[in-house]
Design a protein around this ligand. Structure first.
Ligand code: ACO
Length: 401
């Protein structure tokens, strides 16, 4: 290797780490992850305990401000969010301009970015009080945008639900209330969604979170930074995997349910097919979130009385993969997205909304990471490169090329 190509202008050496597999980009006190042991903790609390005992808004507060809220803090936080949960009427015009076929992730990232236009002062976050205003604004308005994106797709009138309800309860009501009929809350769905959102709430420096931090490091506002994170989440190698998993399971079902055939495809290096929902950059052991979600999927579908052949195919694939040398050698276990889509489907959420639901869960984590980055006054993110192009050349006029 010619080491000179790894030198930067001032003579220092540039480390090359494609995909940042071994590069830490920041110090963070938010989420602890041990991929070898399968441990995930938010601010020191285990994901298992939080999923069982906390609700999503408490976890959001914990991630963003570092401590579990007292009763008073929790109430104030919720009230401040509720006070910000109205969206400018003109946002409806933007929503209307999207074709019905638009992917909800494109719609939601555009609407989130558009929030800056309606709240220009939100970009100034010189004090913690300014930051707090932007944070509660986004936590108030984002679920409305999510619900409206779904309602627009389904041809339903836009709805604010009922502010007297809990945060997650109201999300479900805003999404599913039908015109001229009373919406009946289903506790099983509320609990399941609470759990799913908690499990997705943060995951340290993944692709979308790093995006939020790097965009925010240029002092772009919170809404623009989160909009960029949503775009990063969209891809099938990241949050888009939950949609891709369901589409894969559907395809296997349509094809006669032969899981062995798809296992073979996944192992064939000439075939681009990958078993969606398997593998993880950091977990080289069972994803602890997948364990909780797997149990929840059984409970929710059992309680709702949903018999889904897709679940049987998923279980079959999991069993085969856990016994297969290719998957065992590469430590490819089911990740959080392998089962989340099955629960969302049981809840009646359309497949192309799955990744939007992931974004809804990840929102507090992105906000917490953005806030931490700003409070620590981190420098602008600016990776270097190793140049491999042409050396110096003289310009050739077009007629002589
Ligand atoms: N199916 C088949 N083979 C796989 C899979 C898979 N799902 N995932 C990884 N492999 C193989 C690779 O082909 C490679 O094999 P090789 O060593 O013989 O070349 C080896 O396992 C290592 O894979 P990498 O792609 O190098 O691992 P990386 O850490 O870069 O990728 C990723 C991790 C993107 C999650 C990958 O496992 C994948 O594509 N999984 C499917 C998509 C998915 O479920 N994404 C969701 C991730 S979780 C989340 O973002 C919330």
């Amino acid at each position: 290797i010619d080491i000179s190509s790894f030198r930067n202008a001032s003579g220092g050496v540039i480390t090359m780490d494609p995909g940042y597999k071994n590069t830490g980009s920041c110090e963070s006190a938010i989420t602890f992850l041990d991929g070898e042991k399968g441990i995930l903790r938010y601010r020191g609390y285990s994901i298992e305990e939080l999923a069982e005992k906390a609700d999503f808004l408490e976890v959001a507060y914990l991630l963003i401000f570092g401590e579990l809220p007292t009763k008073e803090q929790n109430e104030k936080f919720h009230n401040d969010i509720k006070a910000q949960s109205v969206v400018d009427e003109d946002v409806k015009k933007i929503l209307d301009a999207f074709p019905k076929s638009a992917h909800p992730m494109g719609v939601i990232s555009s609407l989130t970015s558009a929030l800056t236009a309606f709240n220009p002062s939100s970009v100034n976050v010189d004090s913690e009080a300014d930051m707090y205003k932007s944070v509660v604004r986004l936590l108030g308005k984002f679920p409305v945008l999510v619900a409206w994106t779904l309602r627009k797709k389904e041809g339903l009138p836009l709805d604010y639900g009922d502010k007297n309800l809990g945060y997650v309860e109201n999300i479900l009501k805003m999404m599913f209330r039908q015109p001229n009929s009373e919406y009946v809350q289903n506790k099983i769905l509320v609990d399941a969604l609470d759990k799913l959102l908690i499990l997705h709430a943060d995951h340290e420096q993944n692709c979308s979170t790093s995006t939020v931090r790097i965009v925010g490091s240029s002092h772009a506002g919170l809404f623009a930074s989160i909009s960029a994170g949503i775009s990063a989440l969209w891809g099938p190698l990241h949050g888009g995997a939950n949609q891709a998993v369901l589409e894969m399971l559907e395809a296997i079902k349509e094809d006669g349910g032969d899981t062995k055939k798809y296992m073979a495809k996944a192992k064939d290096k000439e075939d681009p097919f990958r078993l969606m929902g398997f593998g993880h950059r950091v977990y080289k052991n069972f994803d602890p979130r997948a364990k909780i979600i797997k149990r929840a999927a059984d409970e929710v579908l059992g309680n709702l009385g949903v018999e889904d052949p897709i679940l049987d195919i998923a279980k079959g694939l999991e069993k085969e993969a856990l016994e297969d040398k290719y998957f065992v050698d590469r430590k490819l276990y089911p990740n959080v997205d392998f089962y989340s889509g099955i629960i969302y489907r049981g809840m009646g959420i359309p497949t192309d909304m799955f990744t939007v639901m992931f974004a809804l869960g990840r929102l507090p984590g992105w906000i917490a990471q953005w806030r931490e980055m700003r409070l620590r006054k981190e420098p602008i993110g600016r990776p270097r490169q190793v140049y491999t192009g042409a050396t110096e050349r003289s310009f050739v006029p077009i007629e002589k090329r």
